[in-house]
Design a protein around this ligand. Structure first.
Ligand SMILES: [Fe+2]
Ligand SMILES: [Fe+2]
Length: 156
């Protein structure tokens, strides 16, 4: 994961039902991920270190859970997914080490990069794992119930 303050648009990430993948334990951890990243994006300078530390703690649990589901349940092609988790954790650790030495310049670019990274990771890697886990547990594909974001008055 490469951080570049100039090229990353600082778009605030917010949780929405479009992010649901249908495997509830993963959906809960993903909602927490979004809140942790948004907290770093919105943090004042004096709260930034605490927000990045909280993000790192979250990512450890998040990725440990997913890696465990993959290895425990013989998920095929798990290597690239596990490697991507490791690359993200390494970047977060680097940024945190810089911050602990007084350099916080990469903290917000990190959050912005994670906000941009997450939809693709969820769509291409996490969703396959969610399907796998639902298939194992329920014997079928996940059923995702998303609330309509449109004006319900205009719906038939
Ligand atoms: Fe995930
Ligand atoms: Fe993942």
């Amino acid at each position: 994961m490469t951080l570049s303050p100039e090229t990353i648009a600082p778009t605030a990430i917010t949780w929405c039902d479009d992010m649901l993948l249908g495997y509830t334990p993963m959906d809960h951890v993903h909602e927490e991920f979004v809140h942790c990243v948004a907290a770093v994006q919105a943090a004042s300078d004096d709260r930034l270190l605490q927000a990045v530390q909280r993000l790192q703690e979250h990512l450890k649990r998040h990725f440990d859970d997913e890696n465990h589901w993959m290895t425990e349940h013989n998920f095929p092609a798990k290597e690239c997914h596990i490697n991507e988790h490791a690359a993200v954790q390494a970047t977060v650790s680097d940024v945190l080490a810089q911050m602990q030495q007084g350099n916080a310049t990469n903290a917000r670019p990190l959050a912005n990069e994670l906000a941009a990274w997450f939809p693709g990771h969820a769509t291409y890697l996490d969703s396959a794992l969610a399907h796998w886990m639902c298939k194992l547990r329920l014997g079928g594909k996940p059923v995702v119930l998303r609330r309509s974001l449109g004006n319900s008055d205009t719906q038939p």
